[in-house]
Ligand binder design. Structure first.
Ligand SMILES: [Zn+2]
Length: 181
């Protein structure tokens, strides 16, 4: 089993870069004679959706609500943990960590040291989530985008320009996901 895990091909399944997940989906769809299958990352999420779909109680809108609630719960854990981790590295202390849904912004930090993030950042790759967390935390030290600020960001994530580029190319689908839900 360990050998299989070590040799498996990985990638971003949402962008069809993970052939292993795609093969698994095709195989399951074939087994059940269905058009397609979906990979769900948690057991409870899978059970909840499967029961609702098979008892035909859930339409597309309800399904989106279940997925949204699941993503928000994941974001609460992930964003809070990553914020605590990087806050320790920077020796800063945010007074509050919140999740919001912003139309254009990814996050914000105010003069009361309250930090808020768009919960949908949880759909981004880990280094991008880290970049957004680091960005807002660095505003506790520099309340601007001065060279000092960017030097501090770079001290924790030297490749932050790649994260910024990823956000520029992918903002459209992240911001559209769950819009109006
Ligand atoms: Zn900023």
């Amino acid at each position: 089993m360990l050998e299989s895990v070590l040799s498996v091909q990985t990638g971003d399944e949402r962008h069809h870069q993970c052939s292993t997940t795609n093969q698994l989906r095709e195989r399951v769809a074939d087994m059940f004679g269905m058009e397609d299958a979906v990979f769900l990352p948690s057991g409870s999420m899978c059970n909840q959706i499967a029961i609702a779909v098979h008892t035909k109680k859930m339409g597309a809108h309800d399904l989106r609500k279940v997925l949204k609630a699941w993503f928000i719960r994941e974001a609460e854990t992930l964003v809070t943990n990553r914020t605590r981790y990087f806050a320790d590295c920077l020796d800063v202390e945010p007074s509050k960590i919140q999740l919001r849904q912003y139309r254009a912004m990814w996050g914000r930090c105010n003069s009361r040291h309250e930090i808020a993030h768009d919960w949908r950042i949880v759909m981004a790759p880990d280094p991008v989530i880290d970049y957004l967390v680091i960005h807002e935390l660095c505003h506790l030290a520099y309340f601007d985008h001065s060279p000092h600020f960017w030097r501090l960001v770079g001290s924790l994530q030297p490749t932050y320009e790649e994260s910024k580029a990823w956000l520029r190319s992918n903002a459209h689908w992240i911001k559209q996901t769950f819009e109006g839900c």
